[in-house]
Write a protein that binds this ligand. Structure first.
Ligand SMILES: Cc1cc2nc3c(=O)[nH]c(=O)nc-3n(C[C@H](O)[C@H](O)[C@H](O)COP(=O)(O)OP(=O)(O)OC[C@H]3O[C@@H](n4cnc5c(N)ncnc54)[C@H](O)[C@@H]3O)c2cc1C
Ligand SMILES: NC(=O)c1ccc[n+]([C@@H]2O[C@H](COP(=O)([O-])OP(=O)(O)OC[C@H]3O[C@@H](n4cnc5c(N)ncnc54)[C@H](O)[C@@H]3O)[C@@H](O)[C@H]2O)c1
Length: 450
């Protein structure tokens, strides 16, 4: 039997980060992945192909050029996430599905591996929908769309979350007629109406939305598929894509043999990412936190520090943000609403650089506490996420937004929009009667007043 001090199960965003980090600290670490192609969802069917598709859709590429571009980008990044590279780092790599046979043992392709500690990072899969006729008609998910040989002329998407909006818009830009069926009353329900309105206007100019609707049945009609909605409407499309949330990949793990507890379909963890068994950790999409690559990375770092140094990291999501990489981008910096005393809103109308580009619908909202410290934020605008990173960083380093007032902002950059927020905030302080009175007195003492 093979034995390792730490066995990481799943070589996607969370697992790769954990294995590489522990190996660098000279920990005896094994990495088990179901396929030889390490990298998980993010590299093969998530972040990387979706952002490559989005790029291709803005460059007027044909479908053939688009899928080739996607394959090339994946292949380039795959080198960094290869078995050889990880073995070179000192990680023992096993290929095959891991299943627990006891709390300290897993089986991979008939081989037993014993671990002192385990980190489960097996990710998530698209949620299946029990819609009459859907299975029989066949449908796409994020796992299949990027590999289609032919571009569908029309596509019905079930769900209106980030996957539907990013991939739907890119397909629409490439010429597909996209129909999105959304069971909620509007899209981007978590966003303030000023942000939601701008984003929705852009999305609705490219795709057709059916809000407050569900697909009740699917029928095959020749080479096409007919979707019937809860309100009786019908949509005829070439293909269907389901993007209606995720379920944790735990099916093959046989967690019952170890005794790891679940909560609502996800692996239950404490704030140290230890499961109900203290020697087994879980991170990434398999637990119920933010389903993002950078969340898996933060959780991996917390687990590395706990395993290696017994250090308990606090508040790892302090400056956590998520972005929908559409045109325009939709950005959210998370933070506790109850700490917000005021939300400052600014738009791009008075910003010269945006004027030169005829962009008048960028909106940024920043929630601050009583001392002017950033608590949370939302924004919509072209490439707005890069600019908003400064807002997240200001939160991270715990500086008030007034600090942007004194930074040198080259003219004319988009960043002037942040300085405008700071100036508006500062000028209000200056206008307070007590401050005005102090200034008047001071100027008078210096014999400079009228
Ligand atoms: C279309 C799409 C776009 C996305 N875009 C972004 C984005 O732009 N930014 C962002 O931050 N996030 C994005 N995400 C989310 C991101 O991809 C996931 O949050 C991230 O990949 C989760 O990492 P993970 O380590 O938990 O799982 P994964 O990366 O999925 O890795 C899990 C690994 O475990 C393996 N595995 C599963 N079961 C077993 C088993 N029993 N034994 C051995 N191995 C097993 C799998 O083969 C896989 O390699 C996107 C997701 C999708 C679907
Ligand atoms: N840019 C990014 O960071 C990015 C991009 C894509 C995905 N992701 C991650 O992947 C996760 C999954 O994305 P997603 O878009 O599948 O899920 P989601 O859970 O965010 O959104 C699912 C949407 O589908 C709707 N829905 C659910 N069931 C439905 C039904 N039967 N009929 C109609 N609508 C239905 C929901 O109301 C919701 O709007 C996200 O939570 C996100 O964390 C991130």
């Amino acid at each position: 039997m093979k034995e390792h001090k730490v066995v990481v199960i799943g070589a996607g965003s969370g697992g790769l980060y954990t294995a590489a980090g522990l190996a660098r600290l000279h920990v005896d670490v094994a990495l088990v992945n179901s396929t030889e192609k390490l990298g998980g969802d993010c590299l093969h069917s998530g972040c990387v192909p979706s952002k490559s598709l989005i790029y291709a859709s803005t460059q007027g590429m044909s479908w053939e050029q688009t899928t080739q571009h996607i394959r090339q980008v994946i292949a380039e990044i795959q080198v960094h996430d290869s078995v050889e590279r990880f073995e070179g780092l000192g990680v023992s790599v096993y290929i095959g599905h891991a299943k627990f046979v006891s709390p300290n043992e897993i089986e991979v392709n008939g081989q037993r591996i014993r671990g002192k500690k385990f980190v489960i990072a097996t990710g998530s899969s698209p949620r299946e929908l029990p819609i009459e006729g859907l299975q029989q008609s066949g449908y796409l998910t994020n796992e299949l769309l990027f590999h289609l040989i032919q571009q569908p002329k029309s596509l019905g998407i079930i769900g209106a979350g980030p996957i539907a909006l990013e991939l739907g818009q890119a397909m629409a830009k490439l010429g597909t007629d996209v129909h999105i069926v959304n069971r909620d009353k509007e899209i981007l329900g978590k966003f303030d109406s000023s942000i939601r309105k701008v984003a929705t206007r852009h999305f609705e100019s490219e795709m057709t939305f059916y809000n407050k609707a569900e697909v009740t049945c699917v029928e095959v009609e020749g080479s096409q598929k007919r979707l019937t909605l809860s309100d009786g409407k019908q949509i005829l499309v070439d293909d269907i894509m389901v993007a209606a949330g995720r379920i944790a990949n735990i099916g093959s793990l046989r967690l019952e043999n170890a005794g790891v507890k679940m909560n609502d379909g996800f692996i239950q963890v404490k704030d140290t990412y230890q499961t109900s068994l203290s020697h087994i950790y879980a991170i990434g999409d398999v637990i119920d936190t933010y389903a993002h690559t950078h969340a898996a990375g933060l959780e991996a770092r917390a687990v590395i520090e706990h395993i290696a140094f017994t250090k308990k990291k606090k508040n790892i999501y302090f400056d956590f943000a998520a972005i929908i990489y559409s045109t325009p981008e939709v950005y959210q910096l998370f933070g506790n609403d109850t700490e917000v005393v005021e939300t400052l809103e600014v738009n791009s109308k008075d910003i010269d650089r945006y004027k030169t580009q005829l962009i008048d619908d960028v909106v940024i909202r920043i929630g601050i506490d009583k001392k002017g410290y950033v608590i949370n934020a939302q924004a919509v605008g072209p490439n707005i996420s890069d600019l908003m990173q400064l807002v997240a960083y200001t939160k991270r380093i715990k500086k008030p937004i007034s600090s942007w007032s004194s930074m040198t902002v080259p003219y004319p950059t988009h960043a002037q929009i942040l300085q405008q927020i700071a100036n508006t905030y500062m000028s209000r302080t200056l206008e307070k009667p007590i401050v005005q009175s102090l200034i008047k007195t001071y100027i008078s003492v210096r014999e400079l007043s009228k």
